[in-house]
Design a protein around this ligand. Sequence first.
Ligand code: 13P
Length: 249
Amino acid sequence: MRRKLVIGNWKMNGNLAANASLLAGISAGLSAGAADCAVCAPAPYLAQCQAALTGTPVGWGAQDMSAHASGAYTGEVSAAMLVDFASRYVILGHSERRAYHLESSELVAKKTVAALAAGLIPVVCIGETLAEREAGQTNAVVGAQLGAVLEAISTADVARLVLAYEPVWAIGTGKTATPEMAQEVHAALRAQLAQANAAAAPAVQILYGGSMKPDNAKELMAQPDIDGGLIGGAALKATDFLAIIHAAA
Ligand code: 13P
């Protein structure tokens, strides 16, 4: 019912030469029947992604955007600018934005509304810190992060979300949530989506992110509510990223 989706979050990595070989490697290595996939590149490289990936099955998008449509917001990039480069996805509320740029769940919700209005697919990231998990607050924390978004969007737009559950303690650490741990959170998120829109919730893709690699991708994505991955480090190497995409299929 739900197609698997694997998205690479390049974070602040890459340059023209390295991106060219990574993008060529990904599109050349995809076999028929592979899962849906995309790369989320730093904004300056969206034009490069568009040139390299148009006509391939690989989609592209950005890692953040402004909640504002246009105007005096120095340094910001709008949804319309992402659309100008035919972006399909935009990652919103990544834990690195929440931690280093103090993005609140309310701001993430506003960005989600702006992304949807522009026709982008928001990939809304949620996840708890280690301290929150150890204090037994995981469901409350991720529930509040998702709740802010659900409060801001229309009921119908629930169907247009992609969620990414990324436990903060698993990001870039080599520690993954066990498949059972992740499944438990994914199921809770889907139940929360169902409260907002029961018809749409079964079709919403909920990705797992946090040290997903070729050797653990298959068992994570075998869980009933894990519909793909949001991949950091392993998305920077074509062979690893392809292995994860193929594990998803
Ligand atoms: P890693 O795969 O490097 O742990 O990063 C995950 C992530 O933050 C994707 O958004």
